[in-house]
Write a protein that binds this ligand. Sequence first.
Ligand SMILES: [Zn+2]
Length: 240
Amino acid sequence: MDDATASNIFEALRVIEQIDRQIESCREQLAALSPELADSERRVSELEARAQAALQRSETADGRRRKLERSAAAGRETLKRLQQRALEVQNLKQHTAVRAETDAARRNLEAAEDELLEAMQEVEEARGELAALQRRVEEERAADAELQARSGERRAELEEELLIHQDRRENRRMRLDPGAMRLYEAVRGGKTRQVLAALTPDGVCGHCYTFIPVQRQAEIRSQRRLHRCEGCGIILYPVE
Ligand SMILES: [Zn+2]
């Protein structure tokens, strides 16, 4: 590495580090879009399942109501027939028999009518629940569609932004000393995301505060060589 470019290398590495942060931010934002969409889809399908179950309940209740309506109608027919027969009785024995049958038929009809009322109420409740759920399904579907459209736009924006950053990075990389670039990539591949830190005027690493041997400090300050901190592995640059 020649002296004329040494200080430029720090500057170039700092620019690349900044671009890498932007690239990382774009990637994180892109990754965050998917769970949000998945959540929204899950909410829609859960509500759809609940609406489907409510429809089933409403249909079952309605089937019960129709059946009870038929029993009540049959009960009324029986009662009418018995009342007709009561007009035609010939003696007390027949009268008593018809009377007993009529009482039984009336009790049956009353029971059927009570059950019918209950069933009608059940139908009404089930339909109310179904209507409310259907409205919520519609709302959630609309919100989901809006989210899909918005996140589609955002995705396209972020992907474009990412391409621009990657392009800028490539331009910078091509103009940089390959040895410096390799060192940069090696540091970046490690556990820290930060690649560069200042060597403080006190002679410690600006990232982990490890003391840097005096000889190395001199080499860093003279900008003759790139040095990594022995504590954290970061590339140290001199501050004026
Ligand atoms: Zn350090």
